[in-house]
Ligand binder design. Structure first.
Ligand code: DGJ
Length: 745
């Protein structure tokens, strides 16, 4: 392994190198750790000569000192006009003061100084150790720099971790705090890391939206001041996802140029704060959301934050996405014992909603198996008292009025049909109309004596209580013990209100820790278990949850055309191979739009294909079309899961979304076009393809296995794939196509 992390003791300079970037920081004579530079770098021009003053607008250190120092992890205390990465209060230190003064003079001043460092090499996958280690994953060895800092007065330790993934130009950072004093310390804010961008003007791209329109890409310029992205609902969030791309204005486009990217590996309240001061480069603090945050560290206690994953690409958005996708595949996602590919799934939700009977499920299972489905998932409505969304959550036992003999007869049938069995659960929730709530009304988030706001008639269990976390774990464990369930769809359908908990303000991260620990324990005990993360759609998608789930539900909106916007945004950060998409009814249940089956398949085939239609109502001919498309999907699935994604056209900019996935050796590729808006006569261009072998010949086939053309890689990469114009004179104004390109010589 090449030396990715080096330390020059003379200059007291650390340089972290990835294949195409470098990151440098230095220890000043007083022990402060300052950032020097982070930029893309061609390996041909390394090693670089770094000048400490390069990054500073003023060379007069004395006069500019407090404005221009780029503290690697700025702590609140001496600088209070910058946004800080961490803020501590040492109340008991005021034992030196009279009692009445002690209350008003907690020492909110933390000054960490360099103590020692260590460079470790290990082959551990996943993120920061406390927040996500993918199960069963073999990872290549990577280097981690551990920088240990201590406060100038208190025996309070701040450790900064930097783990490098050189091949994907990614650095994961997290922090660890250790209270070695004899007094309790309260952290009032805590980031996982702060990064600095070189001086310049930048544009930020991230996602925005809401329930049913998650992941819509938005670009804004970063102006002087603070730009804050955050989520306060207890989950990762529907409206803004904790991930971003930043490009220097005028130097980059979506296809090219330097692109910084980052994502938090965390599924709770988070914030990413872009701070631009008049004299400074941009700082980016990523970590726990600061509102209503508190972390109490008793003497001797430690806390390890989740990771802030970031990197820089020199080839635009596609380059950034490519690195993040591969990082997730290689180091984050769990490895399934069932094989590398995600199964084609059937989900009962839109087919029957709460109108569930054992007979209807058996009928659906038979039809699903006949069209090529591999995993049959029973959604909401199977457990005690759950005949609508007004009752039942919390009582995770089978409803005997629906399944008189339990789930086993259905599971046996599903297995006999050659499919695996999956089940919907929403373990963090309770309906007031449930046995659990009747026995334990105090087990929910609430402030005593105050009203409890119900959303979808449900309340959130208080995971600040260890007995609640144990209870939820026991309920799920009992289901897995009793039934051959290999897949949980783990849902979470509301945000937090009245966040009162026995854990106080720590509930925000204790809740997430509880969810993670239950998932981790279940996965350890039941290695065949896979999980889908769902939170009323795409409310829990992040690199933290991806360490313990195989796939995610990106939106409750299953309209194929709306979905394309969601897919474009989702794919900026997360690999298509985890993005569950369903083909649902011709008359869409969310938007009422009527779309041809081909368009619904073409959209759903871009990720993990699911079927949500009531198959019982389809004709034999329609079922045959389903079967044919599923067979085609199974053929192209490895390319969707492992190929490099090129976004050739964005729906927001071009009215059409064109994706190309291509295997690293260029042997196979999938081209997927979905036209959302098109004026009559408007010609959709033939997009030049990428990543093919110029001298090779490719056979191009469609979902019916029809050969459409044979063309050379060179032609496809210059003139594009012909045929888009054939779709222009259509009344509906909507067309889509998915084709497979296979190298034949
Ligand atoms: C929200 C999910 O996103 C849907 O797919 C479905 O599972 C419902 N919850 C069930 O209540």
């Amino acid at each position: 392994m090449t030396e990715a992390i080096t330390f020059d003791p003379q200059q007291k300079l650390f340089v972290l190198r990835t294949h195409r970037s470098f990151y440098a920081m230095r220890i000043l004579p007083d022990g402060q750790l300052v950032h020097v530079k982070y930029a893309p770098a061609d390996p041909a021009v390394q090693p670089l000569r770094l000048s400490l003053l390069d990054e500073y607008p003023g060379s007069d250190w004395a006069s500019w000192e407090n404005q221009t120092r780029l503290w690697e992890f700025p702590a609140f205390g001496d600088i209070s006009y910058h946004d800080a990465a961490l803020k501590a209060a040492f109340p008991a230190a005021s034992g030196l003061l009279a009692a009445q003064d002690a209350a008003i003079y907690p020492i909110r001043d933390l000054r960490p100084r360099y103590r020692r460092h260590e460079i470790r090499t290990d082959a551990i996958p996943g993120h920061s150790p406390a927040h996500g280690r993918s199960v069963r994953k073999q990872a290549t060895a990577r280097q981690t720099l551990i920088m240990e800092m201590q406060d100038i007065g208190f025996d309070f330790i701040v450790r900064l971790f930097y783990r490098l993934t050189p091949e994907w130009d990614i650095i994961e950072r997290w922090a660890e705090l250790e209270n070695r004093t004899t007094m309790p310390v309260t952290m009032e804010s805590l980031a996982f890391a702060t990064i600095h961008l070189p001086l310049g003007e930048y544009d930020l791209t991230r996602t925005a939206g809401a329930w049913a329109r998650e992941f819509i890409p938005v670009t804004q310029s970063l102006q002087q001041g603070l730009t804050v992205l955050k989520q306060q609902g207890l989950n990762t969030g529907h409206s803004i996802n904790p991930a971003f791309l930043v490009q220097p204005r005028g130097q980059a486009t979506p296809e090219s140029g330097p692109t910084y990217f980052g994502a938090l590996a965390y599924s709770g309240n988070w914030s990413i704060r872009f701070e631009s001061l008049p004299t400074d480069p941009i700082r980016i603090h990523g970590g726990y959301e600061t509102d209503d945050f508190a972390l109490h560290l008793a003497p001797g206690e430690r806390h390890t934050t989740p990771a802030f994953v970031f990197g820089v690409a020199d080839d635009g958005f596609d380059g950034a996405s490519h690195r993040l996708h591969n990082f997730a595949r290689d180091y984050v996602l769990p490895v399934s014992v069932h094989g590398a590919s995600r199964p084609v799934l059937y989900n009962s939700w839109e087919a029957v909603y709460f109108d569930m009977t054992v007979e209807s499920q058996v009928r659906l299972a038979r039809l699903a198996a006949a069209i090529g489905v591999e995993l049959f998932c029973v959604d909401d409505g199977w457990f005690k008292g759950r005949r609508s969304d007004h009752a039942g959550l919390g009582d995770w036992v089978v409803d005997r009025t629906i399944f008189p003999d339990g789930l086993n007869p259905l599971i046996e049938e599903v297995k006999k049909l050659g499919m695996r069995f999956g089940l919907w659960v929403e373990p963090e929730m309770v309906n007031p109309n449930s046995d659990l709530y009747r026995v334990h009304p105090d087990w929910v988030l609430h402030f005593p004596t105050r009203p409890r706001t119900e959303l979808r008639q449900q309340l959130i269990l208080d995971f600040g209580r260890p007995e609640v976390v144990r209870h939820v774990h026991t309920m799920l464990d009992a289901l897995l013990e009793q039934y051959d369930i290999t897949f949980f769809k783990w849902d979470m359908n509301r945000h937090a209100t009245e966040p009162g908990s026995v854990a106080g303000q720590e509930i925000w991260f204790r809740h997430v820790a509880g969810v993670y620990s239950i998932m981790d324990q279940l996965r350890q005990k039941y290695p065949r278990l896979e999980i889908q993360s769902c939170s009323g759609g795409g409310g829990r998608v992040d690199l933290g949850i991806l360490a313990r789930v195989e796939q995610v539900w990106t939106s409750d909106n299953t309209d194929a055309l709306d979905r394309v916007y969601i897919q474009d945004g989702f794919s900026l950060f997360y690999p298509p191979g985890v993005m569950e998409s369903w083909v649902t009814h011709e008359h869409n249940h969310q938007t009422g739009r009527v779309l041809p089956l081909e368009v619904r398949f073409d959209t759903a085939m871009r990720g993990v294909l699911g079927i949500g239609t009531n198959l019982d109502r389809l004709s034999a001919e329609e079922l045959d079309t389903y079967r044919r498309n599923i067979a085609f999907y199974r053929k192209i699935r490895p390319i969707i899961e492992q190929g490099r994604l090129h976004r050739l056209a964005w729906v927001q900019d071009h009215g059409a979304s064109a994706w190309q996935m291509v295997l690293p050796d260029g042997s196979q590729s999938v081209y997927s076009l979905v036209v959302v808006h098109s004026l009559l006569g408007h010609q959709v261009p033939c997009h030049p393809l990428r990543g093919l072998v110029p001298e090779a010949t490719y056979r191009i086939t469609d979902a019916s296995e029809r050969e459409l053309l044979r063309l050379s890689g060179a032609q496809l990469m210059t003139l594009g794939l012909p045929g888009n114009h054939q779709h222009i004179y259509v009344k509906a104004g909507i067309r889509s196509r998915t084709v497979l390109l296979s190298r034949i010589d």
